[in-house]
Design a protein around this ligand. Structure first.
Ligand code: ACO
Length: 271
């Protein structure tokens, strides 16, 4: 599908100047949506405009989309928040942390909630989101990868939760998926040391589903998409709902939930 058409659906990502500001490119091709962080010269650093663009894409995602790929152009997936936020000048048109303090606690928390909306929708049951991660995924970059269902990574991947080293906490929805994936002790180790997790460890501790050579990343993602699209759309969504709820339910509750979902499937297929 023409990128321009897809961008129109993506709201602010829809016109060239806005796209340059938010650093996000968005394309839809049938059942596949691709979100590309497209500021490689700045290592795909993210701003509030980036997160607003992500949120708008989530709000307007066409119903036919089943797989969403999130990737970054250039050597790094994303170097995290734009460091200009730490300067008095800030990011033009978006302010800085110093100016953010002036809007008060409630105002700033609201701004964070808006930013988080750009990440949360990637877990919807109706889609499977795949982060294709090469090079650095730092801070907000790591959290964006964590907000996806699956992470396919290149051998040079370097995950780092740098926030605590900068006096911040990870607040872009990354802490829960990190703990769910690697366990509390390993999450504490990774976050409170702000150390780098490389490909072999990422694979070993469950941060990555697959590690491939840098040049094979795109093909590996395409192969995964083909596998995901080979299953029934509604059964896939129902199964994802079940899997997402499993850790919060008892075995008995989960069994009941399975029965309810299956009854709906059988009715849809044979009713
Ligand atoms: N914000 C703004 N600009 C950035 C950022 C960033 N987070 N990261 C890199 N850039 C810019 C650099 O300033 C440089 O710009 P210039 O060419 O105009 O000088 C350009 O991107 C390339 O950066 P290099 O450092 O030269 O690239 P390299 O590939 O050697 O290193 C790396 C990449 C490791 C990612 C390094 O740039 C880096 O450490 N960046 C900062 C990471 C960081 O601390 N992020 C904040 C995390 S906390 C959070 O996200 C909440």
């Amino acid at each position: 599908m023409a990128e321009a058409q897809a961008r129109q659906r993506g709201g602010n990502a829809g016109d060239g100047s806005a796209a340059a500001e938010d650093g996000v490119r968005y394309e839809v091709d049938g059942e596949i949506a691709t979100i590309t962080l497209a500021r490689p010269d700045k290592r795909n650093a993210q701003t509030f405009a980036t997160w607003s663009a992500l949120a708008r894409i989530g709000e307007s995602l066409p119903e036919q989309v089943r797989v969403v790929v999130v990737k970054g152009e250039g050597p790094s997936f994303s170097a995290g928040i734009d460091l200009r936020m730490f300067t008095p000048e800030g990011v033009p048109g978006q302010g800085s942390f110093s100016t953010a303090v002036k809007i008060g606690d409630a105002g700033f928390e609201q701004r964070i909630r808006q930013a988080q909306a750009g990440f949360l929708w990637l877990r919807r049951p109706e889609i499977v989101s795949i982060a294709a991660v090469q090079g650095h995924a730092i801070g907000a970059g790591f959290q964006l990868a964590l907000s996806c269902d699956l992470r396919i990574v290149a051998e040079d991947v370097a995950f780092c939760m740098k926030e605590p080293a900068l006096g911040l906490v990870p607040d872009l929805t990354g802490t829960k998926p990190l703990v769910d994936l690697v366990g509390l002790a390993k999450a504490i180790d990774i976050c409170l040391t702000a150390r780098t997790v490389h490909a072999d460890e990422a694979m070993r501790i469950g941060l990555a589903e697959q590690v491939v050579a840098r040049g094979d990343l795109e093909q590996a993602v395409q192969d995964k998409i083909a596998q995901l699209l080979s299953t029934n759309r509604d059964a896939a969504a129902a199964t994802k709902r079940l899997l997402q709820g499993a850790s919060h339910r008892t075995l008995e509750e989960q069994s009941v939930a399975e029965g309810i979902e299956q009854a709906a499937r059988i009715k849809a297929l044979f009713g």
